[in-house]
Design a protein around this ligand. Structure first.
Ligand code: NAP
Length: 279
């Protein structure tokens, strides 16, 4: 396989969605100190106040990079809502795309949907549609907006598609979520088939102690899922965002992943043990 350079070594324009809390917030705090000076980091989510707090924190820890805040709602379906977002961010940063060696979009934001219902109880048209507006359509339209701005193969282009084990196997009560993640993963496999110059990491962070995980632990209609998630917490198997982000950083540093193939925290950590038992 072609040897590729550590992704963090290039002066970059990086946008992270869902950066206001949880895994995305942690990624923003950790990534900011890894990219070279004069890189630009864009924090995106609905909660502008939370994003501004992170920007303030980063001004102390990463003074050599520019941090921008972009409030948006990925669930919006108004025509043209996503157009020009990255053009205006470039203008705001007083940079042109040629100022960067690399551009990167991290699709991190997600919701889990109506987990108090089973798949055959999903009857609310607006709720089902709005779930996919945010988790699938909005993600695709934001992605299109990004590549409309960064349309040339240079600077090099990277996408991190934050996925879940639920894209690979069914999780009771997370019907909308699993189907949405599977659709996103396949979307990026097609994108890579069409645009081989774009590097895509599809990364599943494992069970991470965030609002999303706590919500599933409490509110899933599946007693088996509540039991599994509560058990992970009790057994100390739940990861901190820092632990999972550290693994993601290693994957990006090594830059040896197959384009748009599923890379999973747990498989990476525990595969050597699984292989040992097979011998
Ligand atoms: N936690 C886990 O165990 C786990 C496991 C596997 C995969 N993942 C994946 O990891 C990623 C991060 O999850 P997390 O646990 O950090 O979730 P989280 O704590 O619930 O955070 C979700 C993020 O998404 C943003 N968001 C929600 N709705 C939005 C909207 N309409 N428009 C724009 N932003 C929106 C939220 O910000 P605002 O509310 O400010 O908009 C927040 O920053 C997700 O893709 C998730 O599927 C998580």
């Amino acid at each position: 396989m072609e040897k590729r350079e550590n992704i963090f070594l290039k002066k970059s324009f990086v946008a992270i969605t869902g950066a206001s809390r949880g895994f995305g917030r942690c990624m923003a705090l950790k990534f900011a100190v890894k990219f070279p000076p004069n890189s630009v980091l864009v924090l995106m989510a609905r909660n502008e106040e939370a994003l501004e707090c992170i920007r303030t924190e980063l001004q102390a820890t990463a003074p050599n990079i520019t941090v921008l805040v972009r409030q948006y709602d990925q669930g919006k379906s108004d025509e043209g809502y996503f157009n020009g977002i990255f053009d205006s961010l470039l203008t705001e940063s007083k940079c042109s795309k040629d100022d960067f060696e690399q551009v990167m979009l991290v699709h991190n934001c997600a919701t889990t949907g109506d987990k108090d219902k089973t798949a055959i109880q999903l009857c609310d048209t607006d709720r089902v549609r709005s779930y996919y507006n945010m988790n699938l359509c909005g993600m695709i339209l934001l992605n299109t907006s990004f590549f409309a701005t960064f349309c040339d193969p240079s600077p090099s282009r990277v996408v991190v598609n934050v996925t879940s084990g639920g894209s690979q196997r069914p999780i009771p009560s997370l019907h909308l979520y699993c189907a949405g993640k599977a659709a996103r993963d396949m979307f990026f496999r097609v994108l890579c088939a069409e645009e081989p110059s774009i590097r895509v990491l599809t990364y599943s962070p494992g069970g991470v102690d965030t609002d999303m995980f706590r919500d599933i632990e409490t509110n899933s209609s599946s007693s088996s899922l509540r039991k599994v998630t509560n058990g992970m917490r009790e057994d100390g198997k739940l990861l901190t965002p820092e632990e999972s982000v550290a693994d993601l950083e290693q994957v990006l540093e090594e830059n040896a992943f197959d384009n748009a193939e599923f890379v999973d925290y747990f498989l990476r950590k525990f595969k050597p043990y699984a292989d040992k038992y097979k011998q």
